[in-house]
Design a protein around this ligand. Sequence first.
Ligand code: ADP
Length: 634
Amino acid sequence: MSRKDKKPEPAPSPSGVERLHRLLEISLWINAIHADPDELLGQVVDSIQRNFGYSFVAVWLLAERGQCLSFRAGTGDAGRAMRQRHAQIGVEESTLVGQVAQTGVHAQWLALDNAHASLAAHCLPTTRAELVLPLRAAEELTGVLDVQRDTLEVFAHEDVMMLQMLAGQIALALLVAELHQREDRRRYFDQRIREAGQALSGQMTTQEAPDHILDKLAAVVPYMRGLLMLAADKELYVVAARGFPDTRRALQMRITLRPTGDIYEQIYRTGQPLIIDDVTQSPSWQQQNWLELNRSWMGVPLTVLDRVVGMLSLTRREPNAFTGDDAVWAQAFAGQAAILLEGSRLYDQMAGLNVELERKVQERTEELAGALRNLERLDKTKSNFIGVAAHELRTPLTVISGYANMLNINPAITSDSALTSMMEGVLTGINRMLQIVNNLLDVTRIDSDVLDLEKSPSHLYILIKRARREFDDSIKERNLTFEMVDVEDLPIVLVDPNMMYKVFYHMVMNAIKYTPDGGRITVTGRVLQGTDIGDAVEIQVADTGIGIAPEHIKLIFEKFYQTGKLSLHSSGATKFGGGGPGLGLAIVKGIVVAHGGKIWAESPGHDETACPGSRFFLQIPLMRLGTGQLRNLK
Ligand code: ADP
């Protein structure tokens, strides 16, 4: 079917079947309207004209909120010309078209009546008769169908009925087309909003966010000039501008929110978008003289949790350019934009906090590293001093010890019981001093990694027994039970026996020292396979002593760390609760680690009355001999 502009021959009155046939053709065109209303409405009027021999057929639709009728389609050259110049008729105007649009009732006019000639003001010059019918769909008047003849002939009842039916169909088809269009627009809009939402998600600084928002908005609601303003202290200040001849100048703009009548204040107060169809008609509009006049304006609030945090101000050049749809879309977009803005503020704050935090951490780390370096230096100095002092003390101590031993066997002393017991005291003191000096030397050696191990296959049982023998007197005196379980059968290990002896010496001494009279000390041995130091021999020294508090359990292996009471320091090495200089476990750990082993302590806690006891574990790697089998050299 193609559109013909040629004026048709007046058709002879069609027969009933022929008439139906023609109506069918017109209906087909009408049914197709929804696909492209602008094009197909033209086909419909052509088809009516062609099939029924009218001189002119046109469709006018209500526009501008029902204020006027706008020419939408018409036959021939006249129709095309009217469409091109966007012909309009005010509803109030006294033309037949205006009258029907107001009354909603069809009416006709004949060129007999000169008094009412103005009714046909919009008719073609040749028109002699006109019939105008309302287009009504879903009870609503949407426009009129205008049919003209150039013969002075009344439209018969039959014609009116038929055209009324066609007008109903056209109105319905236009409604369906409009619904389709709306649905398409909604889908398009949903898609754009989704895209904008994605584009507006993510983290952004307050510097980046406003420009980004205006860029993305242009894809959803196109505009000539756009501003994004933020509200603070009853003032809107511009943070992003698009389409301005001088962006810097635009960014300096401030708008004070004046109460009553001010459009910005109205948006701020109501939280609703506002459209001005033509700013030249708006008394409150203040045109900036450095900007080209854009007739349409729309303001959209940026709202977060019912609080207006800013505004979008958009313009388009033509009047009436923003529609209700634009407002709905812009508002939905603004919702996402406001979230992005708030997010960016938080992000900025967080970023600021993070930078501050990092700076502080950095400062503290540097301070700590400095303090650590100082401590290490001090520790080194202390170790050096201890080493030098111990060396210097050992020589005179050895001399004193030699002379004291000689005196001890001198008859002048042995014959006098009072002198003998005094001499014993001197010798015990000297021995204790020698012990301490030797311990200090051991610690210094461990600290400076000069613990030269002279390893040989050794039996730990022998070394433990030797250590125990050292304390035989104290064990008896303090009524302690000392037992060894599964130690005798332990395999031979490759260790420095003198050093390992020192380990057991200190462990047994501690067990005695921190266990009350009548207590029990148990040394247990076992072989473990696949520990984190490989196959190992484990020795456990358990006592029923005062136990160790959890806050001390790791620190007791540090040198000079002791938890005992200072007042008890002068007590003997194996007196209950007698404190030492805090060197024993540091030496033990140093030696065990030098052997590639591990040491740790376990205890339910410290309680001098309940005595929960302590257990010390030490593991020494088991030497593998032969083809990977544990070989007992015993
Ligand atoms: P000290 O010379 O003080 O005994 P050590 O290095 O041998 O030094 O021990 C450090 C600290 O560990 C001791 O002061 C004591 O508090 C605690 N300690 C060591 N062994 C035991 C144990 N068997 N029972 C309870 N506490 C212990």
